[in-house]
Structures are given as structure tokens and as C-alpha cells.
Design a protein around this ligand. Structure first.
Ligand SMILES: *Cc1c(COP(=O)(O)O)cnc(C)c1O
Length: 302
């Protein structure tokens, strides 16, 4: 029998351009948190959109609306070979019926078979343009070199001022529902927007999945671009990168599998598992007073 790849579904711009209902918020009963008087809620942002999970949808939606309103012929963006952001942009382009160009870090990948993530991008119609790691550092000239002059440019990771406004909506959905809202951070764009959307008396905690301590300044400058200055009450909980980006030590994998079996939801390993681990560790260390309601944002799915 022949194997065949499922054909990509037809474009459906409404799935991108229309506002979406709030993602579900549900309490999980976890005695490890309860023992410290902490209620744990899961904000299931992985369910906010059928094709673009979680924060990728939040960040892209306002950019996609701007690209359509501006009459741009295509979208161009940047990412590594396993980038969730590239995948989400490719899916969005297919739904909108807009061409997409993905500029991929690492020209050594160009001659090789595509990994699953890039194959999905290509199946959604994204034109992939591979560049060397050094060329990738200076992004400004890359769209023209990739033949995407005149395209709507979305930055690496999707975090720009419009993206922060999209993520502020996530904060507004949590307004009044928790004391602390927590989210894993890559570029920090989601935390920056989320914090701005929370109500009075609420605060946001970000858990960086990469070490290095450069995020705080980055988040401040993103907020200045989006809101004209600092917005909301937020802080970072450092020390939970588990060895670096995309590193998943066995202990973390076991923790994630155990969380899945306790609570019956898939736990994405690169961001969400590190967030949940950090929240349990902070809870055990007394970071949250008894009576705290904690909302963990599930930003994506495996
Ligand atoms: C991209 C991504 C993040 C990081 O979001 P930033 O806004 O870049 O901090 C978090 N979780 C998941 C599942 C992601 O795919």
C-alpha cells in the first residue's frame, strides 16, 4: 500500500480574522500544591485555536490582521529548525491564503531531508530559505535576499508591539480569576503582554527556559514599544532552564509524564514542563502565601 501525506485543508480566513472565545480555565486538584495552601488553575491556552496553539495564536493574530488590512502579498519570518513560531506562521498563511517565507537558521540543513517541523511548514506552503548562522544574526537584509521584499515582516519568535497587545488579551481573560499568573518565557513577549492585561492586585511570574539573564531588559523594551512604558506587575523566576533551550533531562521528563497521568492533559516539554516544575518548586519553597490562587498558562501542546 502507498503511504500518503494528508492534504492540507482549504483556506479559512475566518479562523484567523475573527476574535476567538476565551480559552478554558480549570482548577486541578494537586495535593502537592494543596499542602501549601495553594490552589492551582490551568489556563488551557493550548486549546485557544484549532491550528495555532496558545501564545503563537495570541501573538500572530494582530499581526495577521494588520498584514491583511495592509494588503501585503506575503508574510516573512525567522526561526530555528524546530521553531513552533515558524510552524504557526505557515499554518496561518495557509488559512489566510497568503504566501509565507520562512528564513531558517543554519544553512547546513538545506541539503538534508526536512525534519517533521519544517516538513509541516512546507506542506502548509511555506517557502523555506536557509541561511548561515552568522548571516542569520543580522535579520534586516534577509527578507530581500530571500526574495521576500515587500512582505509583512514578523520578527523571530513573533514578539513585537502588536503581539504584546494580543497577549494582553490573555491577561484580561485571567483578570479577577487568580492572584498570580505564571508563564514560560522564550523571548518574553507573552509575559510582557500578559502582565499588562492583568487587573489590579494581580501579578505575573515568568519562567525563562533559557539561562543568561538578558530577558528582563528585553521585556522592558518590548513593553515600551507596545505600551509606551512599563506595564503591570511582573518578575522572572530564574534557575529553571534545566541546562538550556530544548534540554529535557530525564528527571524533568519523569515529572512531566507524572503530571500528565495525574491530571490527564498533554504536557509540552520544552516550555510547559519547565513552568510546572518551577511552580511546584516555588510553592514548596514558600514563595506563595497560603490562600494564593495560581494560574499556570499552558502555552502549547506537545
Ligand atoms: C514560543 C513558546 C513560548 C515562548 O513565548 P515567548 O513569548 O517567546 O516568551 C512558550 N510556550 C510555548 C509552548 C511556545 O511555543
Amino acid at each position: 500500500m502507498e503511504r500518503s501525506v494528508d492534504p492540507a485543508p482549504d483556506p479559512d480566513p475566518d479562523l484567523i480574522l475573527r476574535p476567538r472565545p476565551a480559552s478554558p480555565l480549570r482548577e486541578v486538584r494537586d495535593e502537592r500544591f494543596a499542602a501549601h495552601g495553594v490552589r492551582l488553575l490551568l489556563k488551557r491556552d493550548d486549546l485557544v485555536h484549532p491550528e495555532l496553539p496558545g501564545n503563537k495564536w495570541r501573538k500572530l493574530a494582530p499581526n495577521l490582521r494588520a498584514a491583511v488590512a495592509g494588503g501585503y502579498p506575503e508574510l516573512v519570518t525567522f526561526g530555528g529548525a524546530y521553531s513552533n513560531h515558524l510552524r504557526a506562521t505557515a499554518a496561518a498563511g495557509r488559512l489566510l491564503g497568503l504566501a509565507t517565507v520562512g528564513i531558517v537558521r543554519g544553512d547546513e540543513l538545506a541539503g538534508r531531508p526536512l525534519n517533521d517541523s519544517l516538513a509541516r511548514c512546507a506542506a502548509d506552503g511555506m517557502r523555506l530559505h536557509f541561511v548561515t548562522r552568522s548571516a542569520y544574526r543580522d535579520k534586516a537584509g534577509l527578507p530581500a535576499l530571500a526574495g521576500a521584499e515587500g512582505a509583512y515582516v514578523i520578527p523571530e519568535g513573533g514578539s513585537n508591539a502588536l503581539a504584546l497587545h494580543g497577549c494582553a488579551e490573555l491577561g484580561r481573560e485571567l483578570s479577577g480569576a487568580c492572584d498570580v499568573a505564571a508563564v514560560a518565557c522564550g523571548t518574553g513577549g507573552t509575559l510582557a503582554g500578559l502582565a499588562a492585561g492583568l487587573g489590579a492586585g494581580q501579578r505575573a511570574v515568568g519562567v525563562p527556559v533559557v539561562g543568561g539573564g538578558f530577558l528582563e531588559a528585553e521585556i522592558r523594551s518590548l513593553q515600551t514599544a507596545a505600551f509606551g512604558g512599563p506595564a503591570g506587575d511582573w518578575s522572572l523566576a530564574e534557575g529553571y532552564a534545566h541546562g538550556g533551550y530544548a534540554r529535557v533531562p530525564a528527571e524533568l521528563a519523569r515529572f512531566a509524564a507524572d503530571f500528565e497521568s495525574r491530571h490527564g492533559l498533554p504536557v509540552e516539554r520544552i516550555y510547559v514542563a519547565k513552568l510546572l516544575w518551577a511552580l511546584l518548586d516555588l510553592t514548596r519553597g514558600g514563595a506563595f502565601p497560603r490562600g494564593t490562587t495560581l494560574a499556570a498558562v499552558v502555552t502549547g501542546r506537545p
